[in-house]
Design a protein around this ligand. Structure first.
Ligand SMILES: *Cc1c(COP(=O)(O)O)cnc(C)c1O
Length: 389
């Protein structure tokens, strides 16, 4: 029996052709594919600018820098996310200030947000965790009322909607990620989207070693621009190879999202009646809005991480890729050391994070694989139920 992976990219002949045609063209960086990919993603997010970058993390870093976030500043964010959404704040030299999450959506709890705002708050960085956009409108409202820019870490939410607005359209800027487990992939890659011309140009310059934005156009009046560096910059560019793959993947985004919705629906139906299991909470009537990134269930609260970890180990022993999405960021060793965080600081995030199990989830997951995962999960949970007696 072969392994059922936690995630798996959807690569077809069209993707392979897109990549090989770039290789044949000889133009491997800063070319037409990047521009096209930027337009496709920006359009999908309802934004005027797309700035392709080397990863979601580097995109978030540039957005923070372009907003002037630096040492002495605070940025409010969630402890229940992939570590990059807080690390980018450290990369900018600022301090991540965590706010606990809403136990239903698993996103930043808007009712706890205002209490964390201080004179030093330079931005709010909110995440659509697992592709769920809930509260993004309220968070944007609160940010607006305090005149603090909202940055959307939309790395898990490409293609989702919330109250008629696309994920990626709520913040001053938003960032998507294209690592192979995301809704679409470029191998490695990310995309900043915004309506702010100045912010977009700053990010374009900083991703390209601080060069003037039009340094590569070959305009005679800009002779020498390639070695002119207007500001501190980085090499956070996306290659044409990656961008070509991104364009080919974007053509199929709607099919991908539908396939993921179907797999999620099958999981929901199969797991609905399991004792001791909490399923993802998707608001009735908004199933169409969620952009399914992963399928994460959790044990009910009479269980802890010991039982959860045993279940994950047991599933892996049966060649089923399960994982503990996400360990709390504030409890990672270097965050504890930097800011003295300890257990109990963010009780909702901690309690949920100890009981989550991410199940295998990918576009072409078939019904037999799904049944095998659910059956194995059930056996592992029943084993824990017996051990508890
Ligand atoms: C994937 C992801 C990122 C970016 O990851 P990269 O590997 O740098 O592309 C950032 N934030 C969240 C919440 C993510 O899931």
């Amino acid at each position: 029996m072969s392994e059922i992976p936690l995630s798996c990219p959807d690569i077809t002949e069209a993707d392979i052709q897109a990549v090989t045609s770039v290789l044949r063209s000889g133009r491997l960086s800063i070319g037409p594919c990047q521009e096209k990919f930027e337009q496709l993603v920006a359009e999908r997010a309802g934004r005027t600018h797309g700035v392709a970058v080397s990863s979601g993390t580097t995109g978030l870093h540039l957005v923070l820098l372009s907003l002037g976030v630096g040492p002495g500043d605070e940025v409010i964010t969630t402890p229940f996310s992939f570590v990059a959404s807080a690390n980018c704040i450290l990369m900018a030299g600022a301090k991540p200030v965590f706010v606990d999450i809403d136990p239903v959506s698993l996103n930043l709890d808007p009712t706890k947000l205002e209490a964390a705002i201080t004179d030093k708050t330079k931005a709010i960085l909110a995440v659509e965790v697992f592709g769920n956009p809930k509260h993004m409108d309220r968070i944007a409202q609160i940010a607006g009322a305090h005149e603090i820019p909202l940055i959307e870490d939309s790395c898990e939410g490409l293609g989702g909607m919330h109250k008629g607005r696309p994920i990626g359209s709520f913040g001053r800027a938003a960032v998507f990620g294209f690592y192979p487990n995301k809704q679409i992939t470029t191998g490695e890659g990310g995309m900043i989207v915004t309506d702010d011309d100045r912010l977009a140009d700053l990010c374009r310059s900083m991703r390209n070693q601080g060069r003037p934005v039009d340094a590569h156009t070959g305009d005679a009046s800009k002779a020498g621009a390639w070695l002119a560096h207007e500001r501190m910059g980085y090499n956070y560019r996306m290659s044409e190879i990656a961008a070509a793959l991104g364009c080919a993947q974007m053509q199929r985004l709607d099919r991908f999202l539908q396939a993921r919705r179907n797999v999620a629906g099958i999981y929901m139906r199969r797991l609905m009646d399991f004792d001791d299991l909490i399923l993802p909470n998707v608001q009735p009537g908004t199933e169409e809005d969620m952009s399914w990134f992963v399928f994460v269930v959790r044990l009910s609260d009479q269980y802890g991480h010991t039982e959860r970890d045993r279940i994950i180990t047991g599933m892996r022993r049966h060649e089923i890729g399960a994982s503990n999405y996400f360990p709390c960021i504030h409890l990672q060793p270097f965050y504890r050391e930097l800011y003295g965080h300890k257990k109990g600081d963010f009780p909702v995030s901690e309690s949920i994070s100890e009981r989550t199990i991410a199940l295998p989830f990918f576009n072409h997951m078939d019904d037999t694989q799904n049944e095998l995962v659910c059956h194995t999960l059930k056996v592992m949970i029943q084993r824990e139920q017996l051990l508890k007696r």
